[in-house]
Design a protein around this ligand. Structure first.
Ligand SMILES: N#CCCn1cc(-c2nc(Nc3ccc(C4CCNCC4)cc3)nc3c2CCN3)cn1
Length: 308
């Protein structure tokens, strides 16, 4: 009997964080780069006989105090998230006498959607794409139930656990919305993934559940483009903006493009029903609406949500 998917909004009383001893963490290979750190495949092998489990270890990039504080926040965030559609926290590993730390997570064998969709495009149909999209919605609905905004929802941060399961990863930019507000304003926007940003995030550094909904729309575009590099959102926007603009003003050009109602072109072979729904007035992460909600009275109304 398959267990029904689980997303628990309470977290069991956690004692201390599960500690992994550095001496048993055997490096195997690089897996990728996230916010504030690189991710490596390791085997945690205390018996030393290669029977230990494979884990994904995110190492803090630099020992700058601010990065260490942000990294600790990422660890604390992942630690309390218990959902089948969010990558699982396993523990932490301290090194250099607690001066540095690593985040130990479950290893997902198929990597991110970016490589997986492009590599398997010939045997992934619309049904499987919509299954992945609905799982991202459920993970995001769980995140929203805890008042988190992810702020970096993109196909590169969606990991493939199996042919029928994807999970949200990389909580390096995740913030909690204060109880007296419905958005989070970022003071020092670092390296920002602006091509996945909602208009208000670009112009006012304002992030909310609705801005995550916008980013989900860009992820939908990536999924239905099979994450083909030539249809990458950044490339499509830059083609429209023009490559000869200077760094700082790219976000100004992007904001004006969106304000002028220019939108990403519908992905090639995008099923008419999905294209129609992409143009829907709003999208909410809700398990009642399989993937797209048409009109809903929830406060996630986006009347500018026209990704395609
Ligand atoms: N955070 C964040 C974003 C950055 N990021 C996260 C991971 C990650 N990757 C995996 N698994 C993984 C990754 C790549 C491959 C292959 C793909 C083909 N080419 C060779 C490598 C295989 C399996 N499992 C994870 C994670 C985090 C938790 N569990 C990697 N980058």
């Amino acid at each position: 009997v398959t267990q029904s998917p689980v997303c628990r909004s309470y977290s069991h009383p956690q004692h201390d964080q599960t500690l992994f001893e550095e001496r048993y963490l055997r490096y195997i290979s690089p897996l990728g780069k996230g916010n504030f750190g690189s991710v490596e495949l390791c085997r945690y092998d205390p018996l030393g006989d290669n029977t230990g489990e494979l884990v994904a270890v995110k190492k803090l990039q630099s020992n700058k105090q601010s990065n260490l504080e942000d990294f600790q926040k990422e660890v604390n965030t992942l630690h309390v998230l218990h959902c089948d559609y969010i990558v699982k926290y396993k523990g932490v590993c301290y090194s250099m006498g607690r001066l540095s730390m690593s985040l130990v997570m479950e290893y997902l064998p198929y990597g991110s959607l970016i490589g997986y969709l492009e590599k398997n495009k010939h045997n992934i149909n619309t049904r499987r794409m919509l299954l992945f999209a609905s799982q991202i919605c459920k993970g995001m609905e769980y995140l929203q139930s805890l008042r988190y905004v992810h702020r970096d929802l993109a196909a590169r941060n969606i990991l493939v656990a199996s042919e029928t399961l994807v999970k949200i990863a990389d909580f390096g930019l995740t913030k909690v919305i204060p109880h007296n507000k419905d958005y989070y304003r970022v003071t020092q926007p670092g390296e920002s993934p602006i091509f996945w940003y909602a208009p208000e995030s670009i112009t006012e550094s304002r992030f909310s559940q609705k801005s995550d909904v916008w980013s989900f729309g860009v992820v939908l575009h990536e999924i239905f483009s099979y994450c083909d590099i030539s249809f990458n959102p950044k490339r499509l926007y830059m083609q429209e903006i023009g490559h000869n603009v200077l760094g700082t003003s790219i976000s100004v050009h992007l904001a004006n493009l969106l304000k002028g109602n220019w939108r990403l072109p519908p992905p090639l072979n995008c099923p008419p029903k999905v294209r129609l729904l992409c143009a829907v007035e709003t999208v909410v992460f809700s398990e009642y609406f399989l993937i797209f909600a048409i009109v809903s009275k929830s406060d996630l109304w986006r009347n500018d949500f026209l990704i395609c």
